[in-house]
Design a protein around this ligand. Structure first.
Ligand code: GRF
Length: 202
């Protein structure tokens, strides 16, 4: 079984979409660990309800980014994690960290990359930018994580139409429901299959 860690910072609706697929027997891997970047986020409740192992690793509890990433690496290594899924995880991982998991870290972003992405583009800001630009289509992208924020190779994208009367909030909601919750588990399955084949070939 491919072992998956899901890293979260918020409500965890994308985490829930993954857990639901796993429960239905439709995930090509196993969610072995959930890492929360802070206490008191609803994603932790979802982990508990699904009876999943979770840890809270707060960057501010460590004297440096290096020490915080060491703690993160330790737990990922001790659980033998094959695939790291960033599902609304707001900490940016260092290049050193990312290099340890080549094509083993994926992220979901709520726009059609390369539009409305990169440093500082998260949450409602993404949808505000899309509406200000006047795009008629937006959506979500799952991509590999490399050293460029939102810059890694794209795995899956899904688009929806932007409506005349959309607000950032309404657009965010439709993109989550119609794009993110669908393509994130699909992309996980694609990458798990790839990892499984690579393991077989060794
Ligand atoms: C999603 O919009 C995701 O695309 C972005 O952060 C949000 C997380 O939402 N990266 P949730 O915590 O999964 O509900």
């Amino acid at each position: 079984m491919i072992k998956i860690a899901v890293l979260v910072s918020g409500g965890g609706t994308n985490l829930q979409a993954i857990l639901d697929k796993e429960k239905q027997g439709l995930l090509n891997g196993e969610v072995s660990l959930i890492v929360a970047s802070k206490d008191n986020i609803y994603a932790i409740e979802r982990a508990k309800k699904a009876d999943k192992k979770y840890v809270v690793i707060c960057k501010k509890d460590y004297e440096s980014k290096e020490k915080y990433e060491e703690a993160l690496l330790d737990i990922l290594n001790s659980e033998n994690i094959d695939l790291i899924v960033l599902a609304g995880y707001l900490n940016i991982l260092s290049e050193d960290f990312i290099k340890k998991y080549p094509e083993r870290i994926i992220n979901i972003h709520p726009s059609l990359i390369p539009s409305f992405c990169g440093d500082g583009m998260y949450g409602l800001k993404v949808h505000e930018a899309a509406l200000n630009y006047g795009v008629k289509l937006s959506g979500a992208t799952v991509h590999y994580v490399n050293e460029v924020t939102d810059g890694g190779k794209i795995i899956l994208q899904k688009a929806i139409e932007v409506k005349e009367d959309d607000s950032p909030e309404s657009l965010q909601k439709r993109i989550m429901e119609n794009c993110e919750w669908i393509i994130l588990p699909e992309a996980i399955n694609i990458v798990c299959e790839k990892i499984r084949k690579e393991k077989q070939d060794v």
